[in-house]
Design a protein around this ligand. Structure first.
Ligand code: ATP
Ligand code: MG
Length: 427
């Protein structure tokens, strides 16, 4: 036997037994996005490396050490997208979607980061994200938070996620703060870890984001960005908190929340849970008014967020919520002979014509009735349809309830569609 080939470390197959839950999560989130007027955009998984370097920022974990970057056959440097805000902005500018317009866009798909794989942290993972372009007010920041809150309610996890928010102010306000923070951190340079020392000159705000417990004390003593915000930034933040309070959303202001990417301004937020260990952030986002211009478009404000689907699925599994298997067949068709199977195929085709949405699994590969019934049972189907020699001769079919105790009945094939409609879709 030749050697097995395995998946790449940190990249996972989502198997049929898990995909029903994924589909449930995706359908639920898609429904909420539609309810708020968002429309889907699909962009390529590969982009020019420069797109991410210019948007996410050179001195960030992602660009410094997490990107899958390679030269293609023409020698162009390409990168597997580590996130998709940059791709949406690129596509928006290139296709003229942004200038002087309001756009509400959402996307779903795989993202790639070369991180150390562990629970909740993978090298290929999936995000659903939403972006809104063209509006400056805190009302759209608030609306995105309300929309995400609705997503948790519909997924049944609203009681185990909490909202953290902060304001990063404007780029100018951050520059002044950055100087004050640098002075403070320089005075404590002996307690900084290696990463933080490196960032002291390049990106000191990121030090606040450090997950190293040894850094907690020095971070707690640092000056707060809130004291450096100007009037407009304060008003924006107050506008946001007023709106979400009015909607009954509970939140915590986390002054250390700076987010890992350079492009944010004013509002940043995260939804976190304590049910997933260290990887507790399920959704993160914020405002990025400068990004479109930074990527070559005309100045256009934007706000967006992305959520990690692996973490959401894990959270729902943690709950052991039962999700209907949207892929199990409704009907398993059992046939006694080759001739019956041939007729069964055609009967199944007619049923699929008559009953859109019906899921019929035709038994293939022969075998006795007993064996076929066992498979019908395992398939999760509600009903078994039985085509024996007698039924074949009479143009009838047996219907057996595989889940309840109802007696098996035999009906003319011509009445089958109406009967199945009543039993599967109208009860
Ligand atoms: P973290 O602090 O956990 O590294 P991040 O700030 O890098 O997260 P974002 O870039 O904001 O994450 O991505 C948004 C969401 O995508 C995260 O909140 C998380 O749910 C998910 N996510 C990010 N990286 C990964 C990963 N490597 N594996 C699985 N999910 C991820
Ligand atoms: Mg990260």
């Amino acid at each position: 036997m030749s050697k097995e080939i395995q998946a790449i470390r940190g990249m996972h197959d989502i198997l049929p037994e898990q995909s029903s839950l994924w589909q449930h999560v995706e359908a639920t989130l898609r429904g909420v996005l539609l309810a708020y007027g968002y429309r889907e955009i699909r962009t390529p998984i590969l982009e020019r490396t420069e797109l991410f370097a210019r948007s996410i920022g050179e001195v960030t974990d992602i660009v410094e050490k997490e990107m899958y970057t390679f030269d293609d056959r023409n020698g162009d440097s390409l990168t597997l997208r580590p996130e998709n805000t940059a791709g949406c902005v690129r596509a928006g500018i290139e296709n003229g979607l942004l200038y002087n317009q309001v756009q509400r866009l959402w996307y779903i798909g795989p993202m790639f980061r070369h991180e150390r794989p562990q629970k909740g942290r993978y090298r290929q993972f999936h995000q659903i994200g939403a972006e809104i372009f063209g509006l400056t007010g805190p009302d759209v920041d608030a609306e995105q938070i309300l929309m995400s809150a609705r997503m948790w309610r519909e997924l049944g996890i609203d009681d185990i996620v909490e909202l953290e928010i902060n304001s990063l102010g404007t780029a100018e306000e951050r520059a002044v703060y950055r100087d004050a923070l640098t002075v403070y951190l320089q005075a404590h340079v002996t307690v900084l870890d290696e990463d933080s020392r490196r960032r002291l000159t390049s990106n000191p705000l990121r030090i606040l984001d450090s997950k190293n417990p040894a850094m907690r004390e020095v971070i707690a003593g640092a000056p707060g960005l809130a004291d450096f915000l100007g009037d407009a930034s304060r008003r924006h933040f107050e506008g946001l908190t007023t709106l979400i309070e009015a909607a009954g959303i509970r939140y915590r202001i986390n002054p250390r929340l700076v987010r890992g990417l350079d492009y944010y301004c004013n509002t940043v937020f995260e939804w976190v849970t304590d049910q997933l260990g260290a990887q507790g952030t399920v959704c993160a986002g914020g405002r990025y008014d400068g990004l479109v211009e930074q990527l070559g478009g005309r100045p256009t404000p934007g706000v967006g967020f992305a959520m990690g689907l692996e973490r959401l699925v894990a959270l729902i599994e943690e709950r052991r919520q039962s999700v209907e298997d949207g892929q199990a067949p409704h009907v398993y068709l059992i046939s006694a002979s080759e001739a019956a199977q041939r007729q069964g195929f055609l009967l199944a085709e007619r049923l699929r014509d008559a009953l859109p949405g019906v899921r019929i699994l035709c038994h293939c590969g022969g075998g006795g009735f007993k064996n076929q019934f066992r498979k019908a049972d395992r398939s999760g189907a509600r009903l078994g349809l039985i085509l024996g020699d007698e039924e074949l001769a009479q143009g009838s079919v047996g219907i057996k309830d595989l889940r309840g105790g109802e007696r098996q009945v035999t009906v003319p094939q011509t009445e089958l569609a109406a009967l199945l409609r009543a039993r599967l879709f109208e009860s």
